[in-house]
Design a protein around this ligand. Sequence first.
Ligand code: ADP
Ligand code: ZN
Length: 723
Amino acid sequence: MYAQVIVDIAHSQVDKIFEYSCGNEVSAGCRVKVPFGGRIIDGFVIGLSETPSISPDKIKPVTQVFDELPALVPECFSLMERISSRFKVPKAAALRLFLPSEMRHGKVREIYKKYAKVKDITVLISKSAKKQLEIINFLQANPVYDFTALCETFGRGAVNALAEKGVIEIEKRRIIRKPFAEAEGADAGKTLTPAQTEAIRLIENEDKPVHLIHGVTGSGKTEIYLKLIANQIALGKSAIFLVPEISLTPQMLTQLRARFKGEAAILHSGLSAGEKFDEWWRLRSGEAKIAIGARSAVFAPLENLGVIIIDEEHDSSYLSEFAPRYSTIEIAKMRAAYNGCKLVLGSATPSVESFVKAKDGEYNLITLKDRINKRPLPEVIIADMCKEVRRGNNTAFSFALRDELDKTLKSGNQAIIFLNRRGYSQKVICRDCGYVAKCEQCDVTLTYHSEDDCLKCHYCGNRYHMLPACPQCGGVHIRYSGTGTQRVVADLKAAFPQARVIRMDNDTVSGKDGHFKILSQFSQKKADILVGTQMIAKGHDFPSVTLVGILDADMSLHFEDYRSGERTFQLITQVSGRSGRADASGRVVLQTYCPDNYILRYAVNYDYNGFFENEIKLRKATYFPPYALICRVMVTGEDEQKGIDVLKNVYFSMENLRSAHPQEFIFMNKMRSPAKKLQGKYRFQVLARLKSNKLLEEIYAVAAAHTTAETLVYIEENPNNLS
Ligand code: ADP
Ligand code: ZN
């Protein structure tokens, strides 16, 4: 037999299919080791043939075969082709997406345990070998027994002697680490409301492949997803359920484990490498049929998919920030098409790009207008912070918010204080000369952290001593600007000394289960107020939360980004949605310096349609996505001059494209990126706005053509941020 092999080196020069000879134990999808350029390296078998395509004496044999069950499912080969041609990445890089990284680097291994069983009792055993006879008797009563335990009881010598004579057999069996083996309770599911039943009917009976559920916060979307999954499992199919990582909260995990038991494999960052690998293997072997996880779970090794669900489909985490920079929805569409299954997107605030497709009839739109049991959406109170300042209130809290906090605490309920930190930080500024402290590595503003009394860079994690004097003018009038979560916590403690306050942001969340701990504490009511940033906005369901305070609601409006209106609307709706989800009704206090802003007005009235109609008109008139494609060609490298040279060449090629297709370009420019240097690498860019994605392939080709060993050139499509 001959195997077609992709070697596990993501480099364009070896992005070919190589041929090796092999035995019958090799099948398509297996991982193998093969000789390559004087070394032995990993490879993936993507096909087999009886006859070689080149002269057999030029073909070397496969050195080692790994998987009894091929690691790659057949669908991978078709997706590999599409992904590598779509994002211009080597096939090996596309295949890697389908394997847990733990598996590729041999960091984790399958755990095996040895078992003993009787093989041939016709072999004569001398009467004097008492121990050996005892073992045979024992094994006849206990047919398969733990080898180590057997040795401990009867002595290793006797056990080995029997094995040598062929009386007993020692076999290795694979042991699976089950992180959720202890999953407690059973959850058969709730009785669906008429609205939920109707939504499921509309999805299951409509032929369109993509469905968008637009349902207000607390409308019971999760229950719909779980029922859709259960229905497919009952048909013998499998399912993928994607959520933003942060939504894998303790409660959500408990619910999923109770509902699906061992049938679900949950892939999240809180698992150890070994656990993650074993969960992946349970999916591959068919023991588990439901993959639940963040973005990368879209590559789960499942066959015969019945449904793919993407919850909070608007979430920015669904766009990969590493090569290949795929959109999860796009990959999900490819998988849905391959499997002939449905793709269900859901959100209370769908992205403008998805909603326009639903409006145009490309997606099937399902609307849930009401919360479960018609619970009211929380009432939003706007606090005009300009007025507060005029009234002499210089704290982070408006009078209205203080008042509501007081009431909430007195009634024994919980509150969430949300700090909108986008484009916002506690900077260090010299009041004499205007000097602002920046990171030497990254050229971004440093943030002061009072806990450690130091300055930190949020891009690379570097720490700097606090400045006793300004390094530029020597002045000593250095001050911090802006409010951080720490300030807010300190102010809260001063105003409500009896309240238990916890904080959740990038600085308090460390380790693989950092946010789990904080969120479980809060959900067990071990704290009264949770203060946090973007991390606390999504997906959580805390029944006792009846108040949400949004400090600086308008902060993200002042961001240089065509999506800032959309992001602000989503953020306010999502954060507000955490309030009043159970029996007690909820309130939201929204603090702003521009109370008349139209985005805030739509958000306060939960008017998604109004927001959308306005936004889409604006996008159309100004040529922004979905009526245009923003394409950033990034040039990065440690050598500044080489970067500049490559940038010039890239720009030259892009100019050629523009002169050939002038009507396609709305805008194009070359420049240093706003963050000029990140993690030691200089960053330059050609930023283009195009009327369509017609030239995308050629632009990817430009990037590939100009990448060198020192300077990387890559493409970002409609990037989440332009820093
Ligand atoms: P969404 O995902 O739309 O924000 P959830 O799925 O979290 O909403 O549901 C909101 C609340 O309603 C949850 O506490 C959930 O347990 C409850 N719920 C959902 N469906 C039902 C139902 N059919 N009967 C009773 N309670 C329900
Ligand atoms: Zn830095």
